[in-house]
Design a protein around this ligand. Structure first.
Ligand code: ADP
Ligand code: MG
Length: 267
């Protein structure tokens, strides 16, 4: 009934485990892009085996948060701890070797390399663990058949799947997923998120970013909403109403800064 490992769907195992420490802990994180304070005092704790979703409008700071966890931005203040160790200043490659692996927004495959060559990139910084290229091929049969095809020739959904495969081959302990659904048709998005239970069953923990709130609510055990670099909501999906989520997402409650989510980044 409640087998933690065989994950039927995300929300079912929604209880935050109070057994043991968080796998990932972010404390009072402040990150700047030049003058822009992109993250302003963000804290979160991700426990082993959960799917923790960061939601928020375009420009809210979601990617900045994920990239800082991966080591791609150096915070102005605050800390990132992974498995009890301070990793705030650790280079991204070393973080990946410890098991913090990201699927970046926009997939970032090497389009002129084949499917298998892209998977080999993940293999090059792999930790020991259950995931191998062979295991990825077992999960996604089509990838084996098209292993020699250039990824630039694949559909968006296929490319996203290869990007996930590349991350899995590195044997992450926490998998960071930035906007898997970006630019994909809803049916493809469903298929990609449908893989999550199988991935979680191998013992992974997932921290994901999603602009599509209903998608996040469907898969996450915990949601964390950002607005202009600040936390506006943190909850289990079951404990919030759609109105509360909407207010947090658009900043409708309390604060009158109802500026529409624009591109930002203007000097
Ligand atoms: N490399 C960068 N240089 C300057 N500004 C950036 C950079 N990356 C992001 N930003 C700005 O930081 C803010 C947060 O961006 P981002 O984290 O990408 O948001 P999200 O992923 O939620 O859309 C935005 O205003 C964006 O324009
Ligand atoms: Mg983003």
């Amino acid at each position: 009934m409640t087998g933690p490992g065989n994950g039927a769907t995300g929300p079912g195992n929604g209880d935050r485990p109070d057994n043991g420490p968080p796998l990932l802990e972010v404390c009072d994180l402040v990150v700047h892009h030049g003058q822009l304070r992109a993250l302003d005092g963000i804290s979160l704790r991700v426990f082993p085996g959960e799917v923790y979703a960061i939601i928020g409008a375009n420009g809210a700071g979601k990617s900045t948060l994920l990239r800082t966890v991966a080591g791609l931005h150096r915070p102005t203040a605050g800390s990132v701890r992974f498995d009890g160790q301070e990793v705030t200043r650790l280079r991204p490659e070393l973080r990946a070797r410890q098991g913090v692996v990201m699927v970046p927004e926009g997939r970032r495959l090497f389009g002129s390399l084949s499917v298998e060559e892209n998977l080999l990139v993940g293999d090059s910084y792999a930790r020991p663990g259950p995931w191998t290229i062979e295991r990825v091929y077992e999960m996604f049969g089509w990838m084996r058949e098209r292993r020699n095809q250039l990824t630039a020739q694949l559909s968006g959904g296929e490319q996203q799947t290869v990007a996930i495969g590349r991350a899995l081959v590195a044997n992450p302990r926490v998998l960071l997923l930035d906007e898997l659904s970006l630019g994909l048709a809803p049916v493809v998005v469903q298929r990609i998120y449908g893989m999550l239970p199988q991935i979680l069953a191998t013992g992974l923990t997932v921290l994901l970013v999603e602009q599509d709130v209903s998608q996040a609510l469907r898969v996450a055990s915990h949601i964390h909403c950002l607005l202009e670099g600040r936390t506006t909501l943190e909850s289990r999906p079951a404990d919030v109403t759609a109105d509360q989520v909407e207010a947090a997402y658009f900043g409708l409650a309390g604060t009158a800064s109802a500026s529409p989510p624009g591109e930002g980044g203007e000097p």
